[in-house]
Structure formats: C-alpha cells, structure tokens
Ligand binder design. Structure first.
Ligand code: GLN
Length: 452
C-alpha cells in the first residue's frame, strides 16, 4: 500500500499525511506476534487503514483540512484511533477533506482538492473524499470517515465504494473535531460490505468519554452480512422513499437505482413505496442546524488554544489577534457557515430559524418512525448525480448542498444508513442508499450484502 501511495498520490492527493515508518513498525509488530504464535488482536490485525484528518491521533498532525489548524499536533488519540490501534490495525496516514467537513467535493480543503480515481477531472465527493478516493485508488483497503450530512455515503457513492453511517451515538465522537455535534458520526469506508462490517465492529461501542455515546450492545453487523450473503431476502420489506427521486435526479442514476430495486425483489424482498413528506424540508433545516452548531463549535479556534496565531505583537489586542487569525485561517465556506449559524441563533431570529428547523427535525424523525412500521429498510439513490467535474459547483453553494439531499434525513433522525455501489451511469459509479432504524444497523448490512 505504501508503494501504491507513492505511485498514485501525485495524481489523486487522497492523503494529507502519510507516516510510512510508523506503519511499517506497526505491521512488523503484528508479524512478530504471529511468528511467536500469539493470538492476533482482532480479525483485522495487520490490515492497513487510512483515517480522515478530523480525528485526532497522537504523533501526527490533525488539520481538518484547515489552515487554522496548521501545525497542530493533538496530545491525545481519538477513541476511534485508540480502537484501531488496539485491534492491531496499521494506520497509513490521514486523509484529505473539505475544511471542517463542510462540503460535498473535497474542493474546500485548504490543502488542495482530491481527485476521483475513476476520472481525475472529477470530484471524489466530500467531505470525506480523501478516504473514499484512497479506497478506490487501492491506496488503502479500509478507511475511516465522518458523516454529518452524508460525508461518508456520498463519497462512497461517487467513488464506487461502500460507506456506512452508523446509528448516532454508537461510534464515539471523543477526539472527532466537532462540526455539528448532534449530527456528526464516524463510520467505516471499505470496498466490500463485509470489510465495512468487520471495521464497524472494531470502532463501535459505548464510550464514557463521549456524553452522547449510547450504552447499548453493538449491532451484530458481521453476522448480518453472513446472513445476507446467502442471497435470500424473503420476508424482508423494502420501502422506496417517494420523495427521494424524480426531478433533479440524473436519468442514469435513477435507472441504476431501479435496476437495484428489481434485484432486491428478485432476491425475495417485498418492495413497496413509502412517502416521507417532511424529507423535502430536510435540506433547508440541515443548513440551519448544522451551521448553528458549527458557529458555536468553531468559536474555540480563537488563536489562543490551537494552531495558527497571526498578528501577535505587543500593540495588538487579543480581539485583533483573533480576528486576523480567523480571517486568514478559515476558508470561504467555513466563514459562510459561521455567519449563517450566528445569524440563525441570534436574539429575535432564533425561533424563526433554529426553532423551526428543530421542529422539522422532529417531523423527519416521525416520518421515519411511521415508515419503519411498514418496512424493515428504506432505499433511495445515495446522491442525485454521479461525480461532477472539479470546479463545476464551487461558485454555487446551493448546487453543492443538493448532493446531500438523500443522505441528510438519516443524520437528522440519528438513524443508520449506508451506501453500496449499484452500477454505473455513463461510466461513473452510482450508489444505492439503504436506511435502517436506530440501532438496527444490521438490517442495512444484511440487505447490502445480499445485493452486493
Ligand atoms: N455536505 C454536507 C455539508 O457540507 C455534509 C458534510 C458532512 O457530512 N460532513 O455540510
């Protein structure tokens, strides 16, 4: 994998940081265990992995794709990284991302874009484009992403890889630099559903260091994949979400999606259509809630505590230093979110914007609850189009935001959802999204494994 990274990184730019020596030492330690007849730490011991640069790892920089964290070396490991290391996995490095995970194309990284290995003129999705591109380019067999509104599933979809957003609260956020704390969720990126499930069971589990961590058993996702691999979905009820399809969706995406649905039917699933009327409001509500939380979370980058500090001379006030640093350290999209969020939370506007968005969030959760009384899983395309060209949407934030139309509802409700490759449209990968109720992540894995 290190050789492959050296070969393709100049073209793909999936990584922000690679530590070959550390990776080789970790791999040697596993070899020594095996040679000495010791039991490997986990089924994934010795398997290389790439980690999105929004999770802390001691001994490596964490930038979140931002200049404001340039030079910051976190003094602690995130729980996800702690679990990878305890499982004997070999961390290759940290992957590129949209600044603070805000974006759908990885073009918002302050360190330059990542390119889609399927077509180097196209985006690899975002915000976790680095992790998914690393898989698609065979630079790593597994990766970690984070998904606030789709940033694991959408990059998975446009790179022809598997991306899973576990149930909110089932993978620890300790050491995950916060964007929108009530939505952020780390999860597995892989090339197969089984690989994703194996990684899922390594990283999930209750963590007292995260106050929103759920104290519940990890859903049996590996067993569900084995069950799905029998290829029998009889008795499984699958719901097509009426609102996630139709106008604004690429024809080839809809064609691939309908083929996938036919295959699910052929495997024995019962397929019905289910309406979730509030999903139409998910995108606008998300773009109030996520920026609101971001404006608060990003206040910590005050030029005092982390990374960059500009204008630090005797005749300047702390406020000057802070504004100079934030002006130069944050990119345009991050500033847009901070301004939107600050406005939405300000006195006099709070009820109209943030308050309304929270009510929409409740309606979305109710739509899911009603739908899951009728079906076991819901399906949709993962994203309305295949990978678009680099530069195509940079001046049109609304067009960029639409990439997450189908993925956002599951973040709003905290449910589990995954994307699995479902064919090509004009030679570019399309993703099938499978959504499950909270803590029922295994349902989606079973269907995905049967389909795959
Ligand atoms: N594209 C969405 C956004 O920009 C989602 C990002 C994410 O899931 N981190 O907010």
């Amino acid at each position: 994998h290190l050789d492959r990274i050296a070969e393709v990184e100049p073209a793909v730019h999936a990584f922000l940081h690679v530590d070959a020596e550390r990776a080789l030492n970790a791999a040697r330690a596993v070899d020594e265990d095996v040679a000495a007849g010791r039991e490997p730490a986990s089924p994934l011991a010795g398997v290389p992995i790439a980690v999105k640069d929004v999770l802390t790892m001691q001994g490596a920089p964490t930038t979140c794709g931002s200049k404001i964290l340039d030079g910051w070396h976190p003094p602690y490991d995130s729980t996800v990284v702690t679990k990878l290391l305890a499982a004997g996995m070999v961390v290759l490095g940290k992957t590129n991302m949209d600044e603070f995970a805000m974006g759908s194309s990885t073009e918002n990284s302050a360190y330059g874009p990542t390119r889609n290995p399927w077509d180097l003129d196209r985006i690899p999705g975002g915000s976790g484009g680095g992790s998914s591109a690393a898989l698609a380019a065979f630079e790593a067999p597994l990766a970690i992403g984070t998904d606030t509104g789709g940033s694991i599933r959408q990059p998975g979809s446009v790179t022809g890889t598997v991306g899973v957003k576990p149930t909110y609260g089932t993978v620890s956020r300790y050491g995950l630099v916060a964007f929108s704390s009530s939505l952020d969720q780390a999860g597995p990126c892989a090339r197969t559903v089984l690989d994703a499930a194996l990684l899922h069971e390594v990283i999930a589990g209750h963590d007292p260091l995260d106050s929103t961590s759920i104290d519940a058993p990890v859903p049996p996702v590996v067993a569900a994949v084995r069950e799905g691999q029998t290829g029998d979905l009889s008795g499984v009820r699958v719901g097509i979400v009426t609102e996630l399809g139709g106008e604004g969706y690429q024809d080839g995406v809809l064609a691939a999606f309908h083929d996938a649905v036919e295959q699910l039917r052929a495997l024995g699933a019962e397929v019905v259509e289910v309406s979730c009327p509030s999903f139409d409001l998910a995108l606008p509500a998300y773009y109030l809630i996520a920026p609101s939380e971001a404006s608060s979370n990003l206040a910590r980058f005050d030029a005092m505590r982390y990374g960059l500090r500009l204008g630090d001379d005797a005749d300047r006030s702390a406020e000057d230093v802070m504004s100079l640093t934030r002006e130069a350290g944050f990119g345009a999209e991050v500033k847009r979110r901070i301004m939107l969020g600050t406005y939405a939370l300000s006195a006099g506007y709070y009820d109209a914007y943030y308050g309304s968005a929270q009510k929409v969030r409740t309606l979305i959760t109710r739509d899911f609850a009603a739908a899951f009384e009728k079906v076991d899983v819901l399906v949709s395309p993962t994203t309305p189009t295949t990978a678009f060209r680099i530069g195509e949407r940079v001046d049109d934030p609304m067009a960029m935001y639409r990439a997450d139309l189908c993925t956002i509802p599951s973040n709003m409700a905290g449910n589990a959802a995954l994307s699995v490759p479902c064919g090509l449209s004009d030679g570019l990968p399309v993703g099938l999204q499978i959504m499950s109720p909270a803590l029922q992540d295994h349902r989606g894995y079973r269907v995905a494994a049967a389909y795959e």
